[in-house]
Design a protein around this ligand. Structure first.
Ligand SMILES: N[C@@H](CCC(=O)N[C@@H](CS)C(=O)NCC(=O)O)C(=O)O
Length: 199
């Protein structure tokens, strides 16, 4: 299999962590790609021209981080990324973590291409407000501590928080979010999170 990715995408990081957690690292060839530079190899496999994309051994190109995680979960053994006995709770928390990634990424990209004045636009304000509400909720209700497994809820929240710390650190001060910082510090011990650090 081939995974198109880069080192700064939170979405690609979720897919890469899923591959590591499912013991598939040896079967997944990492293909470093720059979607913003119209990478022809990426465009040849998927019309969206976004990362991540996983090309299966059969040649199917799957885009969307959560769909890739679902596929990797299904073709492998070991602890499920979405444990069936806690399916609704895990997916509910994963939706919060994924929303955090999405809102943070939207703010970062808008600032990159339109400057910080993008924050004042209607969309910018909505994304920043969503970010603030999401962080507040997570501070009240952090995910389960990372232990023997690392399921999709924990993965998306960890990557979302890591991304905010990487790109928007002013939005996540330690004194305002002590429980989240403590949770993330512990989660960072997980080898798959450590091995996929943003660069
Ligand atoms: N919903 C997608 C988001 C993927 C995405 O936005 N990827 C970014 C990189 S972080 C990208 O490739 N952007 C290029 C573009 O939008 O043209 C997922 O979960 O995988």
């Amino acid at each position: 299999m081939q995974l198109f990715l880069n080192t700064t995408s939170p979405f690609a990081r979720v897919a890469r962590i899923a591959a590591l957690e499912k013991g598939l690292a040896e079967r997944v060839q990492l293909v470093w790609s720059d979607p913003w530079n119209h990478d022809p190899a990426l465009l040849a496999v998927h019309p969206q021209l976004r990362i991540p994309v996983l090309v299966t051994d059969e040649g199917q190109a799957i885009a969307e981080s959560l769909l890739i995680a679902q596929y990797l979960d299904q073709i492998s053994t070991g602890p499920a990324l979405v444990p069936p006995t806690q399916c609704a709770a895990v997916l509910a928390q994963a939706s919060v973590g994924y929303g955090l990634m999405e809102a943070a990424f939207a703010v970062v990209i808008a600032r990159k291409y339109q400057g910080t004045e993008a924050d004042a636009s209607v969309l910018g304000q909505r994304r920043l407000a969503a970010l603030g509400r999401t962080l507040a909720q997570l501070e009240q209700t952090p995910p389960r501590p990372v232990g023997a497994d690392f399921s999709l809820d924990q993965i998306t929240v960890a990557v979302g928080l890591e991304y905010v710390r990487f790109r928007l650190p002013a939005l996540l001060p330690a004194d305002a979010y002590p429980r989240l910082h403590a949770w993330l510090e512990a989660a960072r011990q997980r080898p798959s999170l450590h091995a996929t650090r943003f660069e």
